[in-house]
Design a binder for this molecule. Structure first.
Ligand code: ADP
Ligand code: MG
Length: 408
């Protein structure tokens, strides 16, 4: 998927977060001593200090009412801080006109917030039109974005109420991406859709982010969603206090206090497993069927299933061919990238019609296939060694572990 730059043709002088070359990736966000008090009493956000990496997904997670939305909205000045400083790409946001600032960042919320009386395409192109991108170019961009978020072109002519909740959220994401902003703010974007669609949207976001490398700040109350999506996770406690800020595997493996431990949950040991590198899983030769090749490849026999993986001239996966057939091409499921976790390896194997998960290198070229039973065996082995290590640690830290797990 290619997502070209669509920089505004005008008004760039007031669009601060756009990078000089229009490309995303260098917009780090920094909170320094940020306080927000809506009224006297305990502030919604007490004293927030946080550095958010450019080009990564940072998740704010925590129970309801702890200041996640407030913190997110101060980034684009939908909420003004009482005191303190927020910078984006090194620029103090308070020095930038709020409307221009807002337009320079994508924003996705729980209800997609689409304009009901405008078509999907018109919704997606709203910001582009505000940025004076010519109509034809804006519509072409909208068509691309529909494809990017997995919707057909025909959807573009519909009105929001003619779409399912999940489709509306996809349109919300397309709209947020329209002007190719370096920063994407997402507030519980998938919380209102059913779990199956939600899992799909989460995978789509991860897939998109591989290509886009936006600075994404993502708010959720769901620790599973946080650890799945976040490169880093900030666990919020009441009053906008960040109890722990770390990579998800660190938060699951070593919660800093009882609050985080309780929030992460009793089965954190098992969740942690999914972060084990999938390097122990055997990658077998793929049963390749290069497009245009006359005969089935030797690899088919080696893999023993009869399924063949179609690849393009660059050895990138196109889809699967069922045993004995040359068409149709069946969509391939998720990919297992070198260095990914066991969870990704299992995902790839289970989502593939052949039961073989496609492994690719950094360039997206096929390196082989993984088999579900072997991934499961690797997960089991990791669980056994994790439990053994945990039992040994528990002997010395029982009081803490007990108090953390005894909480509701
Ligand atoms: P979260 O997103 O973590 O659920 P919020 O940031 O929405 O939390 O809210 C944090 C606290 O600030 C809550 O106690 C909430 O009631 C309060 N709050 C949020 N918005 C307003 C507002 N506009 N006026 C007054 N209080 C608010
Ligand atoms: Mg909220």
């Amino acid at each position: 998927m290619v997502v070209p730059d669509v920089s505004p043709t005008a008004d760039t002088s007031t669009a601060p977060a756009a990078q000089p070359n229009g490309r995303a990736g260098s917009a780090a966000i920094e909170f320094t001593n940020v306080v927000k008090s809506y009224q006297a009493g305990q502030p919604a956000v007490g004293n927030l200090n946080l550095n958010i990496d450019a080009g990564k997904i940072t998740v704010f997670v925590g129970p309801s009412g702890c200041g996640k939305t407030t913190s997110l909205r101060m980034i684009n000045r939908m909420v003004e801080p009482t005191s303190g400083t927020i910078t984006v790409g090194g620029r103090d946001v308070s020095s930038i006109a709020a409307p221009a600032l807002r337009r320079s960042m994508g924003y996705v919320m729980q209800s997609a917030g689409l304009l009901p009386h405008r078509t999907v395409v018109d919704n997606i192109t709203t910001v582009l039109r505000l940025n004076r991108v010519p109509r034809a170019r804006a519509r072409a961009r909208a068509a691309e974005l529909l494809d990017t978020v997995g919707l057909s072109a025909a959807m573009g002519r519909r009105y929001p109420n003619q779409l399912s909740g999940g489709q509306q959220q996809r349109v919300g994401v397309a709209r947020a991406l329209a002007a190719d902003p370096p920063v994407l703010l997402m507030d519980e974007p998938f919380s209102a859709v059913d779990p199956v669609v939600r899992a799909e949207l989460q995978q789509e976001l991860l897939r998109l982010q591989r290509d886009l490398a936006k600075t994404i700040v993502f708010v959720t109350h769901d620790i599973d969603e946080a650890t799945l999506l976040g490169d880093k996770v900030a666990v919020f406690a009441t009053g906008g206090r960040v109890a722990q800020y770390a990579a998800p595997e660190e938060i699951l493996r070593a919660p800093v206090d009882d609050f985080v431990a309780a929030f992460v949950g009793r089965d954190r040991g098992f969740r942690h497993l999914s972060f084990h590198a999938g390097t122990g899983v055997a990658v077998h030769a793929a049963p390749l069927a290069p497009m245009g090749a006359a005969a089935p490849d030797e690899g088919a026999a080696a893999a023993g299933s009869g399924w063949r993986l179609a690849v393009d001239a660059g050895n990138r996966p196109l889809g699967w061919l069922a045993p004995g057939s040359a068409a149709p091409l069946l969509p391939g499921g998720s990919l297992f990238h070198a260095g990914d976790s066991l969870r990704n390896a299992l995902d790839a194997a289970l989502s593939s019609p052949s039961g073989l998960g496609v492994a690719v290198d950094d360039d997206g070229m096929v390196t082989g296939v993984v088999r579900a039973p072997e991934v499961l065996a690797a997960i089991d082995a990791a669980r056994i060694s994790f439990n053994a290590a945990n039992t040994a640690t528990a002997a010395t830290t029982t009081p803490t572990a007990t108090s953390a797990e005894g909480r509701p």
